[in-house]
Design a protein around this ligand. Structure first.
Ligand code: F3S
Length: 751
């Protein structure tokens, strides 16, 4: 498989397959289809036989593409290598964006990353060369921005090993964030399984006004639907308001759909997408999509499971946070909320850019705000950082002057990479533990995500609102009503932002940062130093022993939010993403223990001491004791990182028993041979005690739809019998039995 680009002939072939499949599906379903249904069902492996029941059946799909970022690609490619295949089966790319730490600015930060991460970059580069993947070198940009600029196409189906993969929905693609194990399946030529998604329709009317931007659509929607509201569903936008939003604005909205737990989000193909395709040098694909347009929008009369309506004309700018992206404040109410809740009023840092909000339009509009300040002799009162989403954006805003405006107002341009968005931020202005406020145009604001400081109150808004706030230096500023003091002491009002959505002079591609695989690639040797601290060859997990699981300890009963950041922290731990044993030292260190309210302090049942979670897990593993994690609602929300599933498995975990799961994490656990189980009655969570010994019964007859039984034997000898539900289908049960999905694929289950 040497084909990597989404060339016109590749897109045409994808459309031909989709049209053929849809014909079959239409005959079977005989009803109007939504756009998401057309794309998903148009990629069915067996359209004639597949059971199609929204929210119920599992679909076997054939994605068109795979994209991976450098943190998740390491483990995915280590897994792919164990399959023994010579090439990836579908066009696949790797993007070096997550490992670059922001500190003093773009060039020095990038140079330092190239040195510090050399071993990992060399590994990824050689694996890409050997197995036929496209490699985007450090500095080329953030995965989702590069995908939108280069590979996404209307009607396509893509999976990506990053939760914000849905960004490509801005170009009408069904793009879904998955764990590395799913990527391995697809790269190995296997169909990819997805539970047939439900559909949430979002009807947009009116047009955006003044300070309101596309970001505010998703900030508002997050407030309506909450972080769980999109679980198991594709969010499909429609209505007359759609055409008023730029293609990249639609990308922003889809990107942050991950924050409501949606499987993905997407927009129907329209002229804004065609304009963007042409502006990025893909005129032939725009023409193909125009010819295929009837399949790239919803049928009249299609049914959604839920419909939300948002009137863009009356939509206010929003600021969401802190600590959760669904705490949505309209701008007019935000200053009062800051005071009432006691959030630190002083704004320490404002950060714009990231994969969510670094389009040309975003940069234009933010620069139009900054320019007004300069005209009044004013500079940013808070620290101000700018993260271009790609080399193409960086070069274009450098040419067109927005970057000069940002630096003139006091901003620091960071590398084209994730940086502070993923905790890769060497922050010097505060100490860990200092309570302070920051505001970003990113998508995610869980505690400690940006700077590893749980006391940082991180808010999320549009880049133009962030820019206005850094000019004021405080969170209680409202640019719609409050003046700013000019250098001459005279107050002035900022006028609402403005700017082109596409560059008039076209995009400047900037420096060449892409590496295609060479012709004679099969002789390339991929080396992993056995002494490496960052890369480790994988060993297969042990197969299930054929009997029920008994005498399990509770490692931790997590209370409240337990995201993949709590389970497998990012930031400094990113460097161990390719080394399972080393990264396992971060297992659940962010989770709150329900038994003592403490973070990273759990009882070691062997000694009675309270110790760090990974230390206790290792002690149990050394003693040959299996254990479980008990959790609360929406366990594993946040990201697709399979390390959050591999680490407990590696350290001896057998089951994760919770009130409810986030979809990607639940699937990831299954892939690694774990048992993700849910309390049939969520109140049973309260029955489990610190010293309990647990048994999971019914595994000999483990079958789809049949609950399992948990027996909790308490210290006083009493027992509670608790019903546990699961969502395993037959194929997934065979993963559990083999020890992991990969074991089954390679036939390598250790007995
Ligand atoms: Fe990177 Fe943050 Fe996006 S981590 S991929 S910039 S969500």
């Amino acid at each position: 498989m040497a084909q990597i680009e989404s060339t016109p002939s590749f897109v045409q072939a994808a459309y031909d397959r989709m049209a053929t499949s849809l014909k079959v599906v239409r005959q079977r379903l005989n009803r109007p289809l939504s756009l998401a249904e057309k794309i998903v069902y148009g990629h069915l492996d067996h359209p004639g036989q597949a059971e199609i029941l929204r929210g119920k059946s599992y679909l076997e799909l054939r994605p068109d593409r795979v994209a991976m970022q450098d943190a998740t690609a390491q483990m995915a490619l280590l897994q792919f290598m164990t399959s023994g295949l010579p090439d990836v089966a579908v066009p696949s790319t790797v993007h070096c964006d997550h490992l670059i730490q922001a500190e003093v600015g773009s060039s020095p930060d990038l140079a330092r990353a190239n040195t510090e991460n050399k071993e990992v970059y060399d590994f990824l580069s050689s694996v890409c060369d050997k197995y036929g993947l496209g490699f985007w070198r450090p500095g080329s940009g953030i995965i989702h921005q590069v995908v939108l600029e280069t590979y996404a196409f209307p009607g396509g189906l893509m999976i990506g090993t990053d939760s914000h993969t849905p960004n490509a929905g801005g170009l009408g693609m069904v793009a879904i964030g998955v764990g590395g194990a799913d990527a391995v399946d697809v790269m190995a030529g296997l169909p990819w399984e997805l539970k047939a998604p439900k559909l949430i329709g979002v009807k947009l009317t009116g047009a955006l006004q003044g300070w309101t931007s596309p970001k505010d659509v998703i900030l508002k929607l997050a407030g309506i639907l909450t972080v769980k509201g999109g679980t198991g569903a594709i969010v499909e936008y429609f209505g007359p308001g759609v055409d008023a939003i730029s293609c990249t604005g639609m990308g922003t909205i889809c990107n942050m759909g991950a924050e409501i737990g949606a499987t993905t989000s997407l927009f129907p193909f329209n002229h804004r997408m065609a304009d963007y395709l042409r502006a990025t040098g893909r005129g032939e694909i725009a023409a193909l999509a125009e010819g295929f347009a009837e399949h790239l929008r919803a049928d009249e009369g299609c049914q959604y499971d839920q419909v939300v309506e948002i009137d863009l004309s009356t939509l206010e700018p929003h600021i969401n946070g802190p600590f959760t992206p669904d705490l949505a404040w309209p701008l007019s109410k935000f200053a009062a909320a800051v005071k009432e809740k006691g959030y630190p009023e002083e704004l320490k840092v404002g950060l714009i850019g990231s994969c969510t909000n670094s389009s040309y339009e975003d940069m234009e509009r933010a620069a139009s705000v900054a320019r007004q300040a300069l005209e009044h002799g004013v500079k940013a009162r808070s620290t101000f950082t700018i993260t271009p989403g790609s080399e193409q954006i960086r070069a274009t805003i450098e040419r067109d002057g927005q970057m000069a405006t940002f630096t003139a107002v006091g901003g620091m341009v960071l590398a084209n990479a994730c940086g502070p968005c993923i905790g890769q931020w060497k922050r010097h202005d505060i100490q860990k533990g200092d309570r302070n406020s920051i505001i970003t145009s990113f998508n995610r604001n869980f505690a400690a995500r940006n700077d590893a400081n749980p006391e940082t109150c991180a808010f999320v808004a549009s880049p133009e609102i962030v820019t206005a706030f850094v000019l004021a230096g405080r969170l209680t500023f409202n640019p719609e009503t409050d003046p700013l003091p000019g250098a001459d002491g005279r107050p002035f009002m900022l006028v609402p932002p403005s700017g082109d959505s596409l560059p008039r002079k076209g995009y400047d591609k900037g420096q060449a940062t892409y590496q295609a695989p060479p012709e004679d690639r099969h002789r390339i040797d991929v080396k992993i130093d056995p002494a490496s601290q960052r890369l480790q060859k994988l060993e297969p997990f042990k197969a299930w022993g054929g009997v029920d699981l008994t005498d399990l300890y509770i490692l931790i009963k997590a209370q409240g939010k337990c995201t993949t950041d709590h389970i497998s922290a990012a930031g400094p731990w990113l460097r161990f993403r390719g080394h399972l044993d080393n990264i396992s030292n971060n297992l659940l260190i962010g989770a709150t223990n329900a038994f003592n309210g403490a973070v990273n302090r759990v009882k070691n049942q062997l000694t009675g001491d309270y110790e760090e979670v990974p230390k206790v897990a290792r002690a149990y593993k050394a003693a040959g004791i299996d254990w479980v994690v008990v959790g609360d609602e929406n366990y594993g929300e946040g990201s697709s990182r399979e390390h959050a599933a591999m680490e407990p498995r590696h350290l001896g975990g057998r089951a994760i028993i919770v009130k409810s799961f986030a979809r990607i994490h639940e699937t990831n656990l299954k892939k690694q041979g774990m048992l993700p189980l849910t309390f049939a009655d969520p109140k049973d969570y309260d029955r489990l005690q610190e010293d309990d010994r647990l048994s999971i019964l019914g595994l000999a007859t483990f079958a789809p739809g049949v609950p399992l039984t948990l027996v909790a034997r308490h210290a006083d000898g009493r027992e509670d019998w608790i019903m546990l539900n699961h969502t395993f289908n037959a194929g997934q049960i065979s993963w559990f039995k083999a020890g992991s999905a990969l074991n089954l694929m390679g036939g390598k289950a250790k007995q």
